[in-house]
Every structure is written in C-alpha cells, then in structure tokens.
Design a protein around this ligand. Structure first.
Ligand code: DWN
Length: 396
C-alpha cells in the first residue's frame, strides 16, 4: 500500500527552462503536485503520481552529464572497473545522455539507448544509439541481431522510469547468462541522513534503497548480489544485479548495506514522517537566512541551475526577490529562466563577479569542486549558502 508522507507543493517540470519570460510563455507552463509516497509492501519511495515521461524527455533536454570534472572522472573510473571485473564483450547503456560513460569503451562494444533526441544526436555518429524509451519491444528489436549484453549500465536513469516491471523484464531479456546490470542512483539512506529533499522532483520517480531494489527486481527473475556506496550526486548507491541462475554470490558488502538501511529504519513509515517534519523546518530556516541577508542589502545569486534547486525554489517560494540570477556552465541553460520561479540563468564567467556577496549552492553535490574553483570569491569575502544537511552559510 502506498502512503504519502511529503508534500512539496505545486512544481514545474525540473527540466522546463523557459526561453523567454513573456506573459504568454509563462501562462503555458505546466505544474503538477509533488507528493512523495512510501510503499509498505516493497519499501519503495516514489513520487505519488508520476508525470508522463513523454513530457519530460524531449528533444530539448538540458542536462549534460559531462558538465562537471567530478562526473567525467567518476564515469571513466567505473568504466575501467567494469572492464576489469567482468571483461564484457557487449556493453549497453540505458540513458546514455551526452556519451560521458560510453566514450570510455571501444565503439564496437557499445549499444546506447537515449530517448532525448538532442542527446542521442550527440553520440549517434560514433556509437550505435537508439533514440528511444527503454521498453520490452525495444529490447527485442535490439537483440534480434546482436549478442546479449554482458554489462547493462544505467546511471541516474532507472529511477526516472515509472514502469519498473517492464524496465527489469526488458533487462532480463537483454542480459547474457552471466550478464550484469549495474545501476547508479541517489541513495535513500543519504537523502534521509542529509535531509536532501531536493532529490525529489518529477524525474526522480524513485529514490531507491538496496532493500527496495532487492524486492523489486525479484519480480523480473533478477537478483541483487552486490552494492557499493558512491559519493556522486550527494550520496548514491551502485547496484549489481544478475539473472536468478547467474554465477554471482551475494557479497558481504550487500549484507552490510542492507543491515545499515534496516538500522536506519528505511523499511518503516515513521522514518518518513519524521523526515517530512525536518523538511518543513529546513524550508523555514533557509528562508530566515535569505531574509536576514536581504535586509542587509546584500546580493545573493545561485550557483548551478540544477533540477534539485527547482524543487527548493518552488517549495520554499524563493524567487527573484532573493536570488538575482543563477549561474550555470551549461551553454543551453544560459539565457533561459528557471522553471516556476523564472530567475534568469547566466554564465558564471559573467555572473561570478565582484558584486556577488552570497551564492546559494544549487549544485551542493559538487561542493568540493566548486569551492576549489571559487577560491578567489571566498578569499574576497564571498560566502556560499547551503541547505544540506541543514540551512547555513559556509565561508570555508
Ligand atoms: O538525475 C539527474 C541528475 C543526475 O542530473 C537528472 N534528472 C538531471 C540532473 O539533475 P541536476 O540538475 O540536479 O544535476 P547536477 O549534476 O547536480 O547539475 C549540476 C549543474 O550545475 C549543471 O547544470 C552544471 C552546473 N555546474 C556549474 O554551473 N558549475 C556544475 C559545476 C560543478 C560547476 O562548477
């Protein structure tokens, strides 16, 4: 049974960066109710009513996974690790974005699946790329003329697909006998520990735990045999899944992580009720900080036009009154306006100038990389604001 525990209010699609802020354009903006639920049978945490994926994954998809050094390095590291551990002949990626993972492999090994046409266009010249949603019929089409996949990799994508049953059934059809599905997604344990409620938005239909993944894949005759904690995206988990009859044994690390999740009560509804109270308190604390700064006539901007910050700004009602503009390195976000709150987005080369007093860390998950990059800002007295794990000003 699904039980709602968090109400993040009316939200726009986190990817709907507006190209103009004319009244006519704003009136067409799509909003939905963002409520988050816990399933008392599978222990899955999900958006209560997911949005239609056809509205989300269009030919105007903004996010480029290769935009940060942290992620480029992380994908190159995991590619090497999978090559060494499993020696795959065929590697398929579901949700290949701009190719940041597949570019670490010989093109003859690669099959890429990416429903956003603008992204699929970026990789199709070099890699076999299917510009489609991941479905059973696509799996059948791909593997009619190809050997089955020894590795199916999918980072920050499976959590975006509402129909998990079809997703995992299609994966079962596509894996070789000892093939391995490797998925990476933000971890529920980190979300609960860090109070990072901004991991909930339309695209994050699910925030997985090892407990829930282990339950869900069973329905598709798959099993979870290994798990690793990884620090990308503010705390993620990497899951290794195989067919029921494959050769892999359950690892000690998996048992350890499941025990840790049980100790944190991720399988109990009361955990989420408490989490929801902490989210409300986070909202008021953040607003208090912003109001205090504004009273002193200081200039606040936001760093990174993230999808996560769309949840924060719309939930806390933070608009141009507080945040003058948002900086982002992604060229196709620059010159646009943030979803729902319509704050202008500009390049950091222009925006991170001497007039900025405070910068809200929209991309808090890249705090290390950003603080290293913005040493000059900090040296001259500039300060960052974050809401994770609790709202505060950081000066170092
Ligand atoms: O799952 C998803 C994750 C992985 O990526 C999505 N559905 C969409 C997207 O979510 P996000 O926007 O919250 O992700 P990021 O990776 O936290 O976005 C960082 C943004 O910040 C990018 O637009 C790039 C920008 N950035 C910047 O302007 N300066 C990043 C760094 C590190 C910087 O120094």
């Amino acid at each position: 049974m699904k039980k709602n525990f968090l109400n993040l209010g009316k939200q726009p699609l986190a990817n709907s960066f507006l190209s103009s802020n004319t009244k006519k354009n704003l009136s067409k903006e799509f909003f939905y109710n963002l409520r988050v639920a816990f399933d008392t049978d599978s222990y899955l945490v999900s958006v209560a009513k997911p949005v239609n994926p056809k509205l989300q994954y269009t030919d105007k998809y903004a996010h480029r996974a290769s935009e940060s050094i942290t992620m480029r390095n992380a994908f190159s590291k995991i590619a090497k690790k999978l090559d060494n551990r499993f020696d795959p002949k065929i590697v398929m990626e579901i949700g290949s974005n701009d190719g940041v993972f597949i570019r670490n492999f010989n093109k003859r090994k690669i099959i890429a699946v990416e429903p956003c046409k603008n992204l699929a266009d970026l990789t199709k010249q070099k890699y076999k790329t299917y510009p489609n949603f991941w479905t059973i019929s696509l799996a059948k089409k791909i593997f009619l003329n190809s050997k089955k996949a020894d590795i199916i990799f999918s980072a920050n994508t499976i959590s975006h697909i509402p129909d998990l049953a079809q997703t995992f059934d299609a994966i079962n059809l596509s894996l070789s006998a000892n093939g391995v599905l490797v998925i990476e997604d933000p971890s529920l344990l980190s979300v609960v520990k860090n109070n990072s409620y901004d991991q909930f938005y339309d695209e994050h239909v699910y925030v997985f735990s090892a407990i829930a993944i282990s339950n869900v894949v069973k329905n598709s005759n798959l099993r979870l045999f290994d798990t690793e904690k990884i620090d990308t995206h503010g705390g993620s988990m990497r899951y290794y899944i195989c067919k029921n009859n494959a050769k892999y044994k359950k690892t000690k690390n998996l048992i350890k992580i499941i025990n840790e999740e049980k100790k944190a009560n991720l399988n109990k509804f009361k955990t989420y009720e408490k989490f929801s109270k902490r989210v409300i308190s986070s909202k008021y604390k953040l607003l208090k900080i912003l109001k205090k700064i504004k009273k002193k006539n200081k200039k606040i901007i936001s760093y990174g036009a993230t999808y996560k910050s769309s949840t924060v700004f719309n939930y806390c009602n933070i608009g141009k009154k507080y945040i003058q503009y948002v900086t982002d390195t992604t060229i196709n976000k620059q010159g646009k306006f943030t979803p729902g709150k319509h704050i202008p987005i500009i390049s950091p080369d222009v925006g991170m100038n001497d007039t900025v007093d405070y910068a809200f860390l929209g991309a808090w998950n890249f705090k290390k990389e950003i603080l290293k990059k913005e040493k000059k800002f900090i040296k001259r007295g500039g300060k960052f604001i974050t809401h994770v794990p609790y709202p505060r000003i950081i000066s170092k």
